[in-house]
Design a protein around this ligand. Structure first.
Ligand code: 5AD
Ligand code: SF4
Length: 475
């Protein structure tokens, strides 16, 4: 019996639990592959594509690292600590490789793309390096290694979207799935390595997206997360009709698959999110009222140095539009970087005041980590001392925690439509699910099934979770 396993280690979202897939069966396997995934949701989605490619080409997979013929790490390069984690993990593979030198160790994803041959040269135990656009080549690369060579493909494509590949769902509870709608990024924020590791922006064809969503719905999935580095710049032209599909049209079309299928998306960019997108969200009740809108800083001077191409005022105007069109309950989350090059105390105060002005529901907060080769690394000095970065980050985190509490308290006594996702982590007498605006709700189980919708009356909250009970009179 072959098993498929991808351990998920998330750095920028709440997917911090290992996820293990169901087993696969095949008696004529070319080899058993074990995969671990790190980083953003895109990486998890990519690992599902990788798995499909491997299975379609005769490989099996295993959750037991000891019985793997190949160990693949799908990596993240966004901050130095993400890369350090991978290097550390590679050290633990040394023991496996010393016992069985035939085991193939492969690095996929952003770190593979960033470091290219260096990984093979420096990390002597790495046999395979495959960048994010080379996954179709993996069977061939694995074959090369069998012939005694090291294998590398870090070619970045302008077209690859893996649109025709049906991912093998790994990071899923059978209710919620990721669907990748585009790849790469053309934005060139000065701190960011992604344009170098994931290449130019390209949109996946509409038909394959709709087809994948439709099939997910038919399999019982009830929530789709449309993924892209910058979803608002989704653009696809129908080759026969020449109709241009923009992101607002894409979400409207996915929403029409079924009103019971919830649509979420990330990540939005403040310079690109249009009112048309907001009106499409308003029109379709199953497009969830939640927007992840990275701010990065509240200081215009820093935003300019980051090449974010918007100002604080522009950002606040987008927040105003979101609340005007979608109402105050719409969940809004942010990313903030503390201690970017030359950030002074006034810039930091501007970030805190932006948080105070918006009162976000949630945020992902980081200290700046210089990435070699990025515009910021070339042009600016990483001159904010680590202690200052960390102190500012802590102040931002503390303030955000307070705001998350305030936003959650505002929901007490309301009745929320919750999509049930599974047992609560702490008790199997309780279910958990998400509200429309992306808050986790824990409530005592009734007769409802995982994957169904229930009305829950919110009775209490922590800064991270809503607590409630089934509102049986309304179901
Ligand atoms: N240092 C710290 N945080 C970064 N991010 C991107 N690059 C860096 C970096 N060099 C953060 C941004 C982005 C999120 C995915 O990661 O906030 O929105
Ligand atoms: Fe990086 Fe900016 Fe692109 Fe996001 S929008 S992936 S931060 S370059």
């Amino acid at each position: 019996m072959q098993e498929l396993n991808i351990l998920a280690k998330s750095t920028s979202d709440n997917l911090d639990l290992p996820r293990i897939s169901s087993d696969t069966n095949d008696s004529f396997l070319l080899g058993k592959v074990y995969i671990e995934s790190y980083g953003c949701q895109m990486n998890f989605a990519d690992s599902e594509v990788v798995t499909a490619i491997l299975i379609n080409n005769g490989y099996g997979t295993t959750s037991n690292i000891q019985e793997a013929d190949s160990i693949l790490l799908n990596t993240c390069a966004i901050r130095d600590n993400a890369e350090q984690k991978i290097r550390h993990r590679l050290q633990t593979f040394k023991a496996i490789k010393s016992k069985n030198p035939k085991v193939v160790i492969g690095i996929l994803g952003c770190m593979a793309e960033r470091l290219k041959t260096k990984l093979i040269e420096e990390e002597k135990l790495v046999d395979l390096v495959a960048g994010p656009d080379s996954y179709r080549d993996l069977p061939n690369l694995l074959g090369q290694i069998e012939n005694g060579q090291k294998a590398i493909n870090v070619f970045l494509s302008k077209e690859e979207t893996y649109g025709d590949i049906e991912p093998v769902r790994l990071h899923s509870n059978g209710v919620s799935a990721f669907v990748s709608i585009m790849r790469g990024c053309d934005n060139m924020c000065s701190f960011c390595v992604v344009p170098f590791t994931r290449g130019r922006e390209r949109s996946r064809d509409l038909d394959s997206i709709l087809d994948e969503c439709q099939k997910l719905y038919e399999k019982g999935f009830r929530e789709i997360n449309l993924l892209g580095q910058n979803v608002d710049s989704y653009r696809w032209e129908n080759p026969s009709t020449k109709e241009l599909i923009t992101f607002d049209k894409l979400i409207s079309l996915t929403a029409q698959i079924h009103t019971d299928l919830r649509i979420r998306f990330s990540t939005s960019h403040p310079k690109d999110i249009t009112n048309e997108v907001l009106y499409a969200m308003k029109k379709h009740s199953n497009i969830c009222k939640n927007i992840h809108l990275p701010a990065q800083s509240g200081s215009n001077r820093i935003l300019d140095k980051m090449n974010r191409t918007y100002t604080r005022e522009w950002y606040l105007d987008r927040i105003r539009a979101i609340r005007e069109i979608l109402g105050n309950d719409c969940g809004i989350s942010h990313d903030i970087i503390a201690g970017f090059c030359s950030e002074d105390d006034q810039d930091h105060q501007d970030t805190l005041s932006l948080l105070n002005e918006v009162i976000f529901d949630f945020g992902y907060m980081f200290t700046y980590s210089e990435r070699p080769g990025t515009p910021a690394a070339k042009k600016y000095t990483d001159n904010v001392p680590l202690e200052v970065k960390s102190k500012r980050l802590q102040e931002i985190i503390d303030l955000q925690r307070k705001h998350s509490g305030i936003r959650n308290e505002q929901m007490i006594n309301s009745i929320q439509k919750v999509l049930v996702e599974g047992n609560s982590k702490k008790s199997n007498q309780h279910h958990f699910g998400k509200t429309d605006n992306n808050k986790i709700v824990v409530f005592e189980k009734g007769s409802e099934k995982v994957g169904s919708y229930v009305d829950v009356k919110i009775t209490a909250c922590t800064t991270g979770t809503l607590l409630g009970h089934l509102n049986l009179t309304n179901t």
